[in-house]
Design a protein around this ligand. Structure first.
Ligand code: NAD
Length: 366
């Protein structure tokens, strides 16, 4: 297994491989870049078929967090961890505590949050052994309502703000009355996004593989149910994919009728060249890691402390960042995903905050 010459290595600062035979823990922590601050990212548990698969995933995801946090102007770097194992079979309190001990040994250079295969209660178990876990504190959320640490409300609100910025840029309108939006995936983020849109007067179409999730949006928000075949291809203004990645691809892009794509799901483009394919069709794509940053912003402030109003004001800046991306894309003729990467690189390469001072600050409040 190659590490330094791995295709996804991309100058990672630090990689740790943890093994605890007593509990069966096998984990990798990847820290991509800490020029803006300590690396924060989810801890994923998945039954990877090979060590190579786990390494590839953690490197790719960790790098993505550097870009997401930098683009959101957070004093955070990018990192991620993976535990190799089936969360339904191998997850025990002892294994999670062993993971907590290993996280503690990294001295706060990496901070873990929940991800697929781990939950807030799992992170709390890790937290018995380390302070370096996030997204677990009960507090007033960005909207002033009690929050369990779940980042979904902030992600949904940020996606709504980003969608509005995209509509303003592409369709030249501020008000969403009668705007037609199709949402794929009515889960934690999708339902909340639907509610924001409904309150702003938009007309909604929804689809979810679970009929009860879809029915809730029909009953409570007056949305129109759609099907898996047509949800992305309806004659609407905006599509908001909020379920899974890779839905923008060679098959789907030629069939899209919407002129704006603004959804929360990660890794929406199947391949990087689909960025250009959307631009060629005159479709404005709000890059996923820019529009779905509300959750990481919320988790950041859990550690540093801030009023709900300050958190909300930071989430609101997602709209400004997207407008900057769209404008640069218009001026340069290059697609929005490429511009978002470039802007993130500017933000993490030029950052001037002394890293040590930032680490001390996080350690103090942690
Ligand atoms: P979730 O699991 O609560 O919701 C996803 C929904 O999509 C579920 O209701 C599921 O039934 C549905 N779904 C799955 N496959 C589908 C398909 N083929 N067609 C239609 N619906 C399908 O997850 P979530 O927290 O709402 O996150 C949604 C997306 O946003 C994910 O891609 C996630 O990675 C991304 N994201 C979430 C957050 C967050 O704070 N929750 C932050 C950043 C990015």
């Amino acid at each position: 297994m190659n590490v330094f010459s791995h295709p996804e290595f991309d100058n990672h600062e630090h990689l740790s491989f943890f093994c605890d035979p007593e509990t069966g823990l096998k984990a990798i922590v990847a820290i991509h870049n800490t020029s803006r601050g300590p690396a924060l990212g989810g801890c994923r548990m998945f039954p990877y078929a090979t060590d190579e698969e786990a390494l590839r995933d953690v490197l790719r995801l960790s790098r993505g967090m550097t870009y997401k946090s930098a683009l959101a102007n957070l004093d955070l770097g990018g990192g991620k961890s993976v535990i190799i194992g089936d969360p339904r079979k191998h997850k025990t309190e002892a294994l999670l505590e062993a993971m907590g001990k290993h996280l503690e040994s990294l001295g706060g250079h990496y901070i873990a949050a929940e991800d697929s295969g781990t939950s807030v209660p799992d992170l709390k178990v890790m937290g018995r052994q380390t302070r370096h876990v996030a997204g677990i504190a009960e507090r007033a959320g960005f909207d002033g309502k009690p929050s369990s640490g779940d980042p979904s409300p902030a992600t949904a609100y940020g996606t709504f703000i980003g969608l509005k910025a995209a509509v303003r840029h592409k369709l030249g309108r501020d008000d969403l009355k009668g705007l037609k939006v199709a949402i794929q995936g009515i889960g934690n983020v999708g339902f909340r996004l639907a509610r924001h849109l409904k309150e702003a007067g938009a007309e909604l179409w929804v689809y979810d593989i679970f009929a009860d999730n879809m029915q809730r949006a029909v009953d409570e928000l007056g949305a129109t149910p759609a099907s898996t075949e047509d949800i992305l291809f309806l004659p609407v203004d905006v599509i908001a994919p909020c379920a899974m990645g890779a839905v923008l691809n060679d098959d789907s892009i030629p069939q899209l009728k919407a002129t704006v794509v603004a959804g929360a799901a990660n890794n929406l483009l199947e391949h990087p060249e689909h960025d250009q394919a959307l631009k060629d069709r005159g479709i404005l794509y709000a890059p996923d890691f820019a529009i779905n940053a509300g959750g990481i912003i919320d988790v950041f402030y859990e550690r540093t402390g801030a009023s709900p109003g300050a958190v909300r004001a930071h989430v609101d800046t997602i709209g400004d960042t997207l407008t900057e991306i769209f404008t640069r894309s218009d001026h340069s003729g290059r697609p929005t995903g490429a511009i978002a990467n470039e802007l993130a690189e500017e933000r993490f390469r030029k950052h001037v905050t002394p890293v040590n001072a930032m680490r001390e600050r996080v350690a103090r409040v942690g």
